[in-house]
Design a protein around this ligand. Structure first.
Ligand SMILES: NC(=O)c1ccc[n+]([C@@H]2O[C@H](COP(=O)([O-])OP(=O)(O)OC[C@H]3O[C@@H](n4cnc5c(N)ncnc54)[C@H](OP(=O)(O)O)[C@@H]3O)[C@@H](O)[C@H]2O)c1
Length: 333
């Protein structure tokens, strides 16, 4: 076992879009577990958009902005190397909130065993993890998608969006994705089976969206907010549903965000539902048991955007918050 732990901390408080220079790697001794604790060697660390809000002190997980020397929060998966906890034997694989570091102690709080044989370990942070559960909560539980419906989703190639679309298809609906490049759109229709995908950064994209959904959409899952949310109303059917899930457009700079014109949902007689993934924690086991076989069978596919080593974590987080990631953002430790 190495004696030093690598951890990533902020080098200064964040302003706007994160830059790689906002982060630095530092070393510390690998801690020894005390009574009731376990030591986890991380294999994958999850980078997620909510971490930007958490770093700014604008998230449920933390209301204090992080400053220089503070380590950002993150869920990670890894192996228990030393244990003084009865529920987590050495050798077991777990996911827990271990932060941006190679080794972490846990006292068992918010720590869960994962089955490394049921699915690749990294998926427990992506399509079989919190983002996948978010998609399940949205499309299966809140929207109650029906066969024959049309589902539109933004940030469609990320772990949330790609699961929203694929769960909709699994339930017999048609999935249409919105993404920020032609390359992402090609993956959505070519690899993931979306019926159509529209690049919102291309000129005349609203015309392309209308052409992609000529009959309109029954459900719009919104990962972005702001202008994207307003634009989605142009194709929403009367009495359509909107699942409000994410605010990518405003995490870096809330002051620039434009509120929704409420005439849009009024005129569409829309049903809008807010989603918080923790509300679906009691469905997680059922979700994983149902979807892991689909992943193993290749019926549900996913992309990962990996960086090797903690030194690249800041750069990957910067790409994620600029919208340049292609799939689930992961640090391989
Ligand atoms: N409510 C909840 O409980 C809950 C739980 C989990 C996740 N979420 C939310 O779900 C959304 C998706 O999460 P994810 O983990 O799957 O992330 P992700 O899709 O891998 O990454 C975010 C994507 O947002 C897109 N995006 C659109 N407009 C953007 C903008 N103005 N700036 C930056 N990116 C922009 C980018 O792709 P394109 O440009 O290609 O579209 C980017 O790749 C996030 O908003 C997240 O906060 C909510």
């Amino acid at each position: 076992m190495p004696e030093t732990n690598e951890r990533v901390v902020l080098s200064r408080p964040l302003q706007g879009i994160p830059e790689p220079g906002d982060f630095r790697v530092e070393t510390a001794p690998v801690p020894e577990p005390g009574p009731g604790q376990l030591l986890v060697r991380h294999q994958f660390i999850s980078l997620d958009p909510y971490q930007r809000a958490a770093m700014a002190g604008r998230h449920l997980s933390g209301r204090t902005p992080l400053g220089a020397g503070d380590m950002p929060p993150a869920e990670a998966v890894g192996q228990v190397v030393r244990s003084r906890h009865p529920d987590f034997p050495e050798g077991a694989y777990v996911r827990h909130f271990g932060g941006w570091q190679a080794w972490a102690l846990s006292d068992g709080e918010r720590t869960h065993r994962v089955d490394a044989d049921a699915a690749p370990l990294s998926t427990y942070l992506g399509i079989l993890g919190m983002p996948g559960l978010t998609a399940w909560g949205s499309i299966i539980e809140l929207a109650g998608v029906q066969p024959g419906q049309v589902v539109l989703v933004s940030a469609a190639l990320g772990p949330v969006g790609s699961m929203v679309g694929q769960l909709a298809m699994w339930r017999g609906a048609t999935a249409i994705g919105i993404a920020g490049s032609e390359a992402k759109c090609a993956i959505l229709t070519g690899e993931l089976g979306f019926a159509r995908a529209v690049n919102y950064r291309a000129p005349g994209w609203l015309g392309a969206l209308a052409a992609a959904a000529p009959e309109g959409v029954d459900i719009y899952h919104d990962n972005v907010g702001g202008q994207m949310l307003a634009d989605a109303f142009t194709v929403l059917k009367l009495h359509g549903q909107v699942i409000l899930c994410g605010l990518m457009e405003r995490y870096n700079d809330p002051a620039k965000s434009k509120p929704l014109d409420l005439a849009l949902p009024i005129l569409k007689r829309a049903v809008m539902k807010g989603l918080v993934v923790t509300d679906f924690e009691d469905r997680r086991d059922h979700f994983v048991a149902t979807v892991a076989p689909l992943v193993r069978a290749g019926r549900i596919r996913y992309r990962e955007d990996r960086v090797e080593g903690l030194a690249g974590a800041g750069e990957l987080f910067s790409r994620l918050m600029r919208g340049e990631n292609v799939g689930k953002a992961l640090v391989v430790v």
